[in-house]
Design a protein. Structure first.
Length: 205
């Protein structure tokens, strides 16, 4: 799908505002500028940022609401996908977004965009440095599902939802995970790639 089609999906189906889309335009431009010097995203995806990165991230808002008081943690945020896109969409000051990213270069980019676009989120370095206070965990280009579930068990103390963007190997990864009785999962189709899946896990504590 082309960039204009993506923008229409964001506006009509996902309820982003025109101002949100304007901020996403600035994000895209800044990302390309940074990417000419640093490896934030694969060069092969530079021409498909709207579909490959922005819409792929934005579709996650179908699976939770930002209208309530809650905390969302993005594991391995990279250049801000998906957490930064969710932060742009969010209008609720009581819905908190925290982006975890170990790369200093990528953290620098995330802080730059935060100031440039005046968006509210926290940039953190290491998920292992603290007890994670999150109602919602999102992950895109992070670790395998079994490791995410392990972090969920060990470091997140309250009930939470985990939403993971995965490619065509999603089911085979799931087959190697021992979820336990307090974890339930389901698979949803990605709107950007027919082979990709969104794994939604409810973790009861």
């Amino acid at each position: 799908m082309n960039d204009d089609e993506v923008k229409q999906i964001l506006l009509k189906d996902l309820k982003f505002t025109e101002n949100d889309v304007s901020k996403l335009e600035v994000l895209k431009k800044s990302l390309l500028e940074y990417n000419s010097k640093y490896n934030l995203i694969s060069k092969s995806t530079e021409k498909s940022i709207w579909s490959r990165h922005i819409l792929d991230s934005a579709q996650l808002i179908k699976y939770f609401s930002t209208k309530y008081e809650a905390s969302l943690a993005d594991f391995g945020s990279g250049a801000g996908f998906p957490g930064l896109i969710i932060a742009i969409f969010n209008k609720n000051p009581k819905f908190h977004v925290k982006l975890y990213e170990k790369s200093p270069v990528k953290r620098s980019f995330l802080n730059f965009i935060k100031e440039k676009l005046d968006i509210q989120y926290i940039v953190a370095e290491n998920i292992y440095d603290e007890v994670i206070e999150a109602n919602i965990v999102v992950a895109r280009a992070f670790k395998k599902i079994d490791r995410i579930i392990e972090i969920s068990r060990e470091m997140i103390k309250k009930p939470h939802k985990i939403i993971i963007l995965k490619g065509k190997n999603a089911q085979s990864e799931i087959n190697n995970v021992s979820f336990g009785s307090n974890y339930r999962y389901k698979l949803e189709r990605s709107i950007t790639d027919t082979d990709s899946k969104i794994i939604i896990v409810d973790a009861k504590k």
